[in-house]
Design a binder for this molecule. Sequence first.
Ligand SMILES: *[C@@H]1O[C@H](CO)[C@@H](O)[C@H](O)[C@H]1NC(C)=O
Ligand SMILES: *[C@@H]1O[C@H](CO)[C@@H](O)[C@H](O)[C@H]1NC(C)=O
Ligand SMILES: *[C@@H]1O[C@H](CO)[C@@H](O)[C@H](O)[C@H]1NC(C)=O
Length: 389
Amino acid sequence: MSPLQRCASLLSLFIILAQGVLAALEALRQEDKLPAAAFALDDACLAGHENSETDSCDLSLRQLRTTRRNETLAVVNQTLDEHTQNEDTLPHGHPSASKVYPKLPGFTLWLVEEFDQPLDLEKDPIWTWSDGGLKEGQVRFVKEQIKFEDGKMKIEVKANHGHQQTCSNAQSEDVPHKALVSGEMRTRLNMFRYGRYEVRMKAPTVQPHKPNVDGNFVSTMFVFRDASFKHWREIDVEIEGKAPGSITVNVLTADYTSKWRPSMQESKHLSYQHMNVRAEFHDYAFEWLPGVIRWYVDGKVVREKRNDRLEVPNKSAKIMMNLWIYNHVHGVPFGGEHLENDRFPMESEYDWLRFYKWDGDQHYPPADMSSKSLTADDMYLASNNPCSA
Ligand SMILES: *[C@@H]1O[C@H](CO)[C@@H](O)[C@H](O)[C@H]1NC(C)=O
Ligand SMILES: *[C@@H]1O[C@H](CO)[C@@H](O)[C@H](O)[C@H]1NC(C)=O
Ligand SMILES: *[C@@H]1O[C@H](CO)[C@@H](O)[C@H](O)[C@H]1NC(C)=O
């Protein structure tokens, strides 16, 4: 290395470190700016109330949701009726008859979606749609923005010319009007846990046919425990609009809080020079096992996380895929600085999804894929849609 090169690499190291410090400061500022929860959950709910369904925490939530209880029950009943499959039919979902799926020692291929045919998200026994919308985001999730075309599942963000009701079963609190609509495809129930989650996907280009233009979006595949205000558990692959090779892998853990804060998250941001995640499909995966999570990009381990500051989650969750745009009024632009470059509509594409169950998990997913063996906590206010308040 020439002295000039050495100087340049030191300079770039300094820039990277400085960016890290700035990001941490911004994250703290951002926490301050996030609006207070729409309900006084954080005050009412203290850790240790987990097993009591009658304490103040659960009561305050129940009051919020009384008008939605009937819909919640209806969804649960519908799910019970329709989930009666057995292991002979493995994998579940819609695998291709002509494809040979890789085998993984110690795992069983449990769920495959090829997206060759449209899924009926009202009737599918495993998958449905979310009627939510992130507090810090600019999009409202609606069913219509999840599309099945050309053998892909596509999620499209576009201007919101409609009027969605503020009520949301997925969000458990009202969602104000959002400037944009998008989609979130999710499993109906918190029934997935240890195993390998794998997706082949392409992030959106923020302008048509311009994969090198940076903008703002968060394009995902993740597991998330619903209701998150009780037990927030999340393991993510999040592709961001900040650079053509920008991928963030996350784990989040918190109890009895509805507000994100930096201490509940352990993130690793990857920035690859050799790939453009908006121009090409790539494979993203994570293996979630007791005490360890390993994330993969195109089959190579990119991060391993063990029980340290945050423990590896051990509660079941839903599988989710969504696309959203950050709202810059909340501070530092998560998802990319150049929001002004975003042109709508824009869309992400999913070629397939696979879930391999870890053979050591005795509880999840249940063999019959029904809610019968799920716990009350797994089912607690875990409805997805629709809200007809
Ligand atoms: C639930 O449905 C029942 C019967 O349809 C109705 O009488 C009751 O008022 C509903 N409860 C709520 C909270 O909406
Ligand atoms: C759901 O099923 C339970 C048990 O079968 C029944 O008591 C309840 O009325 C059903 N609720 C709805 C909303 O259909
Ligand atoms: C599950 O995780 C919690 C919190 O991290 C921990 O206290 C508990 O011991 C774990 N349970 C099992 C069975 O590992």
